[in-house]
Design a protein around this ligand. Structure first.
Ligand SMILES: Cc1ncc(COP(=O)(O)O)c(C=O)c1O
Length: 417
């Protein structure tokens, strides 16, 4: 009983309205990951309201939340609307900072990855002719902001075709650097094939040449046990609504403290400033708050950010290292099973251990990718197709609520093509 109480306390810490534990969620406590892993992961699966009849393999687009997250949002909305308060996001900044091992002052709360990328893209002082290295397999969220600056301000984008190994990718990026390179703006994990780029080595290379690193981390948070200081990037933009399993419309941007004044805040308002005066001549803004809070402003939906707190609690309770290992185990299991179907499958995701993690991309030799999508959907699989970069391929995301039996069923489907 005592441990149950502690458990409830842990998941409700800081909330003004106590939440009741979900029966299904409580079962996690009854299983040991080391003694009975399959039972443990089954209990994790039971913490999600996901339909049992449909196999969800599209976490790379949207990560469904577990019950405690939904409950927290619900309770917080009720609380704010009954007491007439709108809450605070202070706790969320602190919790995110702990989760990715940086300072709360380096975290700006955003609504998605794209917003974080835009803050950096527009905030950097770049001039006509300055070069930005980017991959040819970007999501629109990292492509368009940079393309827009190229269109409006004449910066020059230098796109590269990613390779299959960490060593190759590091060498490609090194070969792209010129005296005019100002920024390397690349994804941690590509949205197309799930390729993991060697960000730590790339950032180290960039640092030595005084090049800014702006990482699109859409698929990094909630997948890796991230230590952003160790990774060494200058900025990292991500979403909480993907692999962190948080509420839709939440994200964060990490900006290294020393760059706060280098990345100019353009969209400003309440909480951005240290004072302003319309009676002065001329009217003035005194300055910006000495934290990354300067980039997010005005009223926020504190209830959904409380949902982010709850998602982080959920992940930490399982253990982010355990999650990383499980996600990799499932994706490797799928990839290895597909690799055995040599006559049917062309694998696009690298097989090198350090260059893959959570998403598997492939083409079918005997079926068009859109036709296969229809076929998979008719068989109750939710997958994603990848028309990006002309790949015309299939992408499967596997997260902690998936299991090997679902993967086996999917592989059987591929065998029928
Ligand atoms: C690599 C990558 N970057 C950016 C985004 C954009 O994310 P959001 O829609 O949360 O802004 C995505 C979305 O899937 C993505 O895969």
């Amino acid at each position: 009983m005592k441990s149950r109480r502690n458990f409830v306390k842990k998941f409700t810490a800081g909330l003004t309205v106590p939440i009741l534990p979900y029966k299904s969620f409580n079962t996690i406590e009854n299983y040991s990951l080391s003694r009975s892993p399959e039972q443990f992961w089954k209990a994790v699966r039971a913490s999600f309201p996901l339909q049992k009849s449909r196999v969800y393999f599209n976490n790379g687009t949207f990560g469904p939340s577990p019950y405690p997250v939904l409950e927290t949002i619900n309770e917080q909305l009720k609380d704010f609307n009954t007491r007439g308060e709108y809450g605070s996001t202070k706790k969320t900044r602190k919790k995110i900072a702990e989760y990715v091992k940086v300072k709360p002052e380096e975290i700006s709360l955003t609504h998605n990855t794209t917003e974080g990328i835009n803050i950096v893209t527009w905030g950097l002082d770049l001039k006509k002719g300055d070069e930005v290295i980017i991959s040819k397999q970007e999501h629109v969220g990292n492509a368009l902001p940079w393309l827009n600056r190229a269109k409006l301000h004449g910066i020059v984008l230098k796109p590269f075709e990613p390779g299959k190994t960490a060593e190759e990718n590091l060498a490609i990026i090194e070969s792209m650097i010129t005296a005019k390179t100002r920024v390397i703006a690349i994804p941690h994990i590509t949205c197309t094939t799930g390729l993991v780029l060697p960000i730590k080595q790339i950032c180290s290379l960039a640092r030595n040449k005084n090049i800014f690193t702006a990482i699109d981390g859409a698929h990094g948070s909630g997948t890796f046990d991230l230590d952003l200081k160790e990774l060494g990037c200058d900025t990292y933009a991500t979403s909480c609504h993907k692999w962190m399993l948080g509420p839709n419309g939440t994200g964060f941007l990490y900006i290294k403290e020393e760059h706060l004044d280098r990345v100019q805040a353009y969209w400003v308002g309440g909480y951005t400033d240290t004072g302003w005066d319309l009676y002065a001549t001329p009217p003035t803004i005194n300055g910006y708050v000495p934290t990354a809070h300067r980039y997010d402003y005005g009223s926020q939906n504190a209830a959904v950010y409380a949902g982010v707190d709850s998602a982080i609690d959920f992940m930490m309770n399982i253990g982010q290292k355990n999650i990383e290992a499980r996600v990799k185990e499932l994706a490797s299991y799928l990839q290895n099973s597909l690799l055995e179907l040599d006559s049917k499958v062309e694998m696009l995701t690298p097989t090198e251990n350090e260059s893959r993690i959570s998403m598997t991309g492939f083409r079918l030799k005997n079926m068009d990718y859109l036709e296969f999508n229809k076929y998979a959907s008719q068989n109750d699989f939710r997958i994603r197709v990848v028309p990006e970069s002309g790949l015309n391929s299939i992408r499967i995301s596997t997260h902690i609520y998936n299991n090997k039996e679902e993967i086996d069923r999917f592989v059987d489907l591929v065998k029928n093509t």
